[in-house]
Design a protein around this ligand. Structure first.
Ligand code: G3P
Length: 225
């Protein structure tokens, strides 16, 4: 499963990219709003932080068909190659996805709450579909089960589209989808860090050093005489 950072905090992005096996960054207008800067400035700072070879997702904001196409062009011009334009999976969005596919622009059908919505975005030509796991959970449905259903639909119908599971609030939701073979997940920085946040891990790592130190008086192999 590829792992994306669903965040626009540049310090958090730099830290995660340095330490974790990250595949790229996803954003949406709400995430960009949290940065409290011109969104173009934030997106360019993310591009600079991750380099040209990593994927960045940025969303078209305008709700009209023409506006979506113009937003997509502007995003591509701003961020260059390895950019995916997120388009809401609505009827207008499907029309935009179809047109952008013809232009060779890679899209992600986002704001996905139902399996058939994902199917339509994929059929329109989206390379990714982004179901919102936690938001679906909060509506009283099973977000993980719906993502698995979407994955099955894409596979059964041989669609050239991958799931980008989004909106996670805990590691368990990500774990279940990783186990199921979902191709991509995007998580906020704190959710990614929580994958290895466990007092037992820290205690075991500390024990190894202290046992080594009680044997040798040193805290590293290279410090040995
Ligand atoms: O980018 C879309 C999705 O990740 C939203 O997540 O946490 O706002 O439900 P959240």
């Amino acid at each position: 499963m590829k792992l994306f950072i669903d965040d626009a905090n540049i310090d958090a992005i730099k830290e995660l990219i340095e330490y974790y096996p990250i595949d790229g960054v996803t954003t949406n207008p709400s995430i960009l709003a949290k940065a409290k800067k011109d969104p173009r400035e934030t997106l360019l700072a993310i591009r600079k932080a991750i380099g040209d070879d990593m994927i960045i997702f940025a969303q078209a904001v305008d709700l009209s068909y023409e506006g979506m196409i113009q937003d997509a062009h502007m995003i591509m011009e701003l961020l260059g190659k390895n950019t995916v334009v997120k388009i809401p999976s609505t009827p207008t969005g499907f029309k935009a996805i179809k047109a952008l596919k013809k232009e060779g622009i890679t899209t992600c059908g986002t704001v996905v709450y139902t399996p058939m919505q994902a199917y339509l975005a994929a059929k329109a030509g989206a390379s990714y579909v982004a179901p919102y796991v936690n938001r679906i959970d909060n509506m009283g449905y099973d977000g993980v089960a719906i993502v698995k259903q979407i994955q099955d639909i894409l596979e059964t119908n041989n669609m050239d589209c991958e799931v980008l599971a989004a909106s996670f609030k805990n590691s368990q939701q990500v774990l279940e989808l990783c186990e199921y073979g979902v191709a991509n997940a995007t998580c906020a920085a704190d959710v990614i860090k929580a994958f290895v946040k466990n007092p037992a891990i820290d205690a075991a790592v500390d024990d190894f050093v202290s046992d080594f130190q009680s044997l040798t008086g040193k805290t590293s192999m290279c410090a040995l005489d």
